[in-house]
Design a binder for this molecule. Structure first.
Ligand SMILES: *[C@@H]1O[C@H](CO)[C@@H](O)[C@H](O)[C@H]1NC(C)=O
Ligand SMILES: *[C@@H]1O[C@H](CO)[C@@H](O)[C@H](O)[C@H]1NC(C)=O
Ligand SMILES: *[C@@H]1O[C@H](CO)[C@@H](O)[C@H](O)[C@H]1NC(C)=O
Ligand SMILES: *[C@@H]1O[C@H](CO)[C@@H](O)[C@H](O)[C@H]1NC(C)=O
Ligand SMILES: *[C@@H]1O[C@H](CO)[C@@H](O)[C@H](O)[C@H]1NC(C)=O
Ligand SMILES: *[C@@H]1O[C@H](CO)[C@@H](O)[C@H](O)[C@H]1NC(C)=O
Length: 460
């Protein structure tokens, strides 16, 4: 039986207790909940085959992604994915993460979790993910773990031939007005839910785009989108009664959906037509979600006293070629995200070169010099381009944690990997829980085995 959420928030309102949204931990010790609501079949190859998926070298040529799966199995996809969502991330996992003192999760999400954004004639994705998200957020909140909502797989696809976009294709269409617009509506809806829906009280940040194309010449108007993203988040918050400097809201708050409509018709010089459309679409979708029995929340709840969300972008140095700086978009609290995988060729493929590189990493400082601070490392892991010994992986984990803790902290990719013969060789380096079990990662994430691990590698 589901608890009465309406009653709960109603009684809090009456007693005058302001429910303050979660805040950013002093130091982030986190894991990604990868392959939960955006499934990447390489991380669970056996389950994927059992579900009815396929495996191929070029992921655009078989059923290797959610898009291809939903297209192939239109009648059964929702049920099959509901089972995946229920079993891949469970109360047991929450308990394990809590016992390991993980304080943050980054939750990769597809645009399709806001189902009204999907063009069902040409786009195919499972339905019902929002219900799984609500369930997981409730469990995380009870465990005291805060969450980042990460827009990981964007409408139109933001990178070519990547499983993490939900659709392996070279036809990249995200960087267009239509798809920027859909992403802005996604941001509006997620921001509103984060303040209005009791399950979302553990959310403290919302990330605009996971890993856009690195060459900024191929991401036209991404800088404009960054600014619009922040304006939409803040306009939605202001409409809900959150104290946001720079945007004025109606004084009499009756209903969140109506407040979004009112906000969209304000003559703010900050609002271009993309922002106005996103606010109107947010209003429409919010009213639907509020009245749907599976997602319902009190649409009349004012959010006065809430802290604003942290807006989050990949850092300016993620891109090259005249990259727009997300620091220019900031209004209120904002943080930056960098991802680092040495297996993709950051240093020469030797243990010495890896240590030399990580022990002299200057990304936190280089970003801060451009205003991109605080910075967290939202994805990293232990994979290497060589066969690493147990001893090396322990040093490698220590050295990375020390480097990333110079910033706001770190979020490992991934919390787990399937335990199967097919996936056997990857969990050692890609699963946080397995890395702790094998002794590469310390049980207490704030600790390292050897705080002097970089001695001898630091350049003078
Ligand atoms: C996704 O994949 C399908 C099938 O490969 C393709 O037809 C479609 O255009 C792709 N792109 C987007 C943006 O959905
Ligand atoms: C909230 O406002 C919207 C838009 O004006 C309206 O359609 C809806 O009926 C209202 N809902 C409630 C519960 O007042
Ligand atoms: C916005 O400003 C213009 C020009 O001052 C005015 O004509 C228009 O009615 C205003 N619109 C709203 C919704 O206030
Ligand atoms: C790692 O070890 C395996 C099995 O011993 C071997 O086949 C492979 O070539 C090695 N890889 C590298 C990069 O040395
Ligand atoms: C990885 O796979 C190879 C064969 O492909 C096997 O010999 C080796 O033991 C595996 N390593 C681990 C850690 O399971
Ligand atoms: C810690 O690492 C340093 C540098 O590699 C090494 O000299 C030292 O012996 C290590 N300490 C321990 C306790 O392993």
């Amino acid at each position: 039986m589901r608890p009465s959420l309406l009653l709960l928030s109603g009684s809090l309102l009456m007693s005058g207790v302001a429910v303050i949204a979660a805040s950013m931990p002093e130091k982030i010790y986190g894991v990604n909940l990868g392959s939960w609501l955006v499934l990447e079949s390489w991380m669970l190859p056996q389950e994927w085959l059992d579900m009815g998926g396929e495996s191929c070298d070029d992921c655009s040529t078989c059923i290797a992604t959610e898009f291809a799966f939903a297209q192939a199995y239109p009648d059964t996809v929702d049920g099959i994915f509901a089972k995946h969502w229920d079993t891949w991330f469970t109360q047991d996992d929450v308990d394990t993460l809590k016992s390991l003192n993980i304080n943050t999760v980054r939750i990769p999400l597809g645009y399709w979790i806001v189902e009204a954004l999907v063009d069902r004639k040409t786009e195919f994705y499972p339905r019902g993910g929002i219900v799984a998200l609500i369930r997981g957020l409730q469990q995380l909140q009870a465990a005291g773990i805060v969450a980042i909502l990460d827009h990981h797989a964007l409408p139109g696809v933001q990178d070519a031939d990547q499983m993490f976009t939900g659709n392996c294709t070279t036809n990249v269409q995200f960087y267009t007005p239509y798809n920027y617009g859909r992403a802005l509506t996604w941001a509006g809806v997620m921001t509103a839910l984060s303040h209005l829906h009791p399950a979302f009280a553990s959310v403290f940040a919302i990330e605009a785009v996971n890993e856009p194309i690195m060459d900024a010449a191929n991401t036209p108007e991404y800088g404009t989108y960054q600014k619009e993203f922040v304006i939409v988040v803040r306009a939605v918050e202001a409409a809900l009664g959150v104290d946001v400097s720079g945007i004025r809201a109606q004084k009499t708050f009756r209903n969140a959906s109506q407040a979004m409509f009112d906000m969209s018709s304000q003559n703010s010089t900050l609002f271009d037509s993309q922002v106005i459309d996103a606010l109107i679409n947010t209003a429409i979708i919010l009213a639907q979600l509020a009245s749907d029995s599976e997602t319902q929340f009190d649409i009349g709840k004012s959010c006065e006293g809430h802290e604003p969300l942290v807006t989050n972008f990949m850092d300016v140095n993620w891109q090259h070629d005249d990259a727009p700086n997300p620091a220019d978009a900031a209004m209120g609290p904002q943080a930056y995200d960098n991802h680092l995988y040495y297996s993709s060729g950051v240093a020469d493929p030797t243990p010495e070169a890896y240590m030399q590189s990580i022990c002299n990493l200057n990304r936190v400082q280089a970003d801060a010099a451009l205003g991109d601070s605080p910075l967290w490392f939202g994805e990293w892991g232990l994979p290497t381009q060589f066969n690493a010994t147990d001893e090396f992986l322990q040093q490698w984990a220590d050295a990375q944690k020390l480097a990333y803790s110079e910033g706001a902290g770190w979020i490992f990719w991934n919390f787990k990997i399937e335990d199967s013969v097919l996936a056997n060789n990857i969990s050692r380096e890609w699963s946080y829980i397995e890395g702790v079990n094998l002794g590469y990662l310390t049980k207490d994430p704030s600790q390292v085995h050897n705080a002097s691990v970089c001695d001898g590698f630091i350049n003078s």
